[in-house]
Design a protein around this ligand. Structure first.
Ligand code: FEO
Length: 408
């Protein structure tokens, strides 16, 4: 994509990545891609805000050159060190030899560690803390706000005072490559797609640091914002409040004692179809109540897609056979990820088939306790479920759904 003007003298450049399969080496993006947004401010002095992953270097340099002679870049702002934002740092330090890198003290040290730049500790750095400013001439001034743990401890955001554009880095970002358009109000942009991918991105990448997200949003309170220009996904020009509200809501969900919205995520796994049969019976019971229900097979669905529903629905029902003497491994992985992402305060239940030891249920109960999940019911059965078992499962599903619907 060629460079795109954001507002007078500010340009989007960036890498639209449709070839990486796993973001951070773990989260699937094959179908949707991701963008690494980078921005140029052309004042009397020139600032480049964030870089990109170290791919498509030629395309990136071509975009930079469309807007500015790289040797005229005065500042390269490093809001965040994770390599999806800094992979091009070695090449940029060569093609922009007059640039001073700007970031927090931690960022400076992390860049040296990540890139083993022999002279990294000696490259021109301006260390900034919250409230520090850099004037780009008579017109533009950048001011920086530290935003630790949104996403790493060194992270900050940058704000241009004249145009009120917030360069928010990972905050307010989403998966989803850009389809030739970068703004929320561009004709034909599917905002729902980016909002859904923003939630998946949030739960995969940022969720664990939700209290820091709220802190960062609080610290920006009162700042006039005309546009939110994150490092991933759409630039929010028409309605920047929308993505802030969504992020605030998701961050608040982290400690919501109610567990979230009325809805159930039913995750099951099955070795020979017995737990699967019970899943269908339970789903049938749940279906009688009309509560939103999302069903996933833990062995066939990447946890990246399960986490958003864990996050937003207050009900989580787990169906797992006992494998040897523990949880079925794909289910153990899903629940381990729930622990890592701190999916707390849910209403839950467990069911599953076992042969000679009901270890899956024991493992589940330990995890539920750790995550402060309220266990409403459990239902284990030996081997295949009988007719009576399935009837009981259907009733259990309806009762659970009603309990979850009525719970605060
Ligand atoms: Fe977009 Fe934390 O990296």
């Amino acid at each position: 994509m060629p460079a795109i003007k954001l507002i007078e003298n500010i340009f989007w450049i960036g890498v639209n990545d449709r070839t990486t399969d796993l973001f951070e080496g773990i989260w699937p993006i094959t179908d949707v891609g991701v963008s690494y947004n980078s921005y140029v401010i052309k004042g009397e002095m020139v600032a480049l805000i964030d870089l990109a992953k170290g791919i498509k270097t030629d395309d990136y340099l071509t975009q930079v050159e469309e807007v500015v002679d790289p040797t005229k870049i005065d500042y390269i702002i490093i809001n965040h060190v994770e390599p999806d934002h800094t992979g091009l740092i070695k090449i940029m330090s060569k093609v922009a030899p007059n640039a001073t890198f700007v970031g927090t003290e931690k960022a400076k040290n992390m860049i040296a560690d990540f890139y083993q730049l022999e002279d990294a500790k000696n490259i021109k750095w301006k260390v900034v803390t919250s409230g520090d400013e850099i004037s780009l001439g008579k017109e533009q001034t950048l001011v920086f706000y530290e935003a630790p743990y949104v996403h790493w401890p060194e992270t900050m955001v940058s704000y241009e005072k004249k145009t009120h554009v917030l360069f928010s880095c990972d905050a307010f970002g989403s998966y989803g490559a850009l389809g030739g358009k970068i703004f929320d109000d561009d004709k034909g942009v599917d905002q729902n797609f980016y909002e859904e991918e923003a939630l998946r991105y949030y739960t995969n990448i940022v969720a664990k640091f939700s209290r820091f997200v709220l802190k960062a949003i609080d610290s920006l309170e009162g700042l006039e914002i005309s546009m939110i220009a994150p490092s991933h996904g759409l630039v929010w020009r028409k309605n920047p409040e929308r993505i802030v509200e969504l992020y605030k809501h998701w961050a608040e969900c982290a400690n919501d004692p109610s567990g979230g919205e009325a809805g159930i995520t039913l995750v099951f796994a099955s070795m020979y179809g017995n737990t699967n049969k019970m899943m269908n019976a339970i789903a049938q019971g749940i279906g009688k109540t009309g509560i939103p229900l999302k069903i996933f097979d833990a062995a066939r669905t990447h946890v990246s897609y399960i986490l958003p529903y864990f996050w937003k629905y207050k009900g989580i029902i787990i169906g797992s056979p006992t494998y040897e003497v523990n949880l079925f491994p794909p289910m153990a992985y899903v629940l381990d990820m729930a622990v890592r992402k701190r999916i707390v305060n849910k209403k839950t239940a467990f069911f599953g088939s076992y042969g000679w030891n009901d270890g899956a249920k024991r493992d589940f109960e330990k995890i539920a306790e750790k995550l402060k999940w309220t266990v409403l019911d459990t239902f284990n059965f030996v081997g295949g479920p009988s007719k009576e078992d399935l009837k009981k499962g259907e009733e259990m599903g309806e009762i659970l759904a009603n309990q979850i619907l009525k719970s605060d």
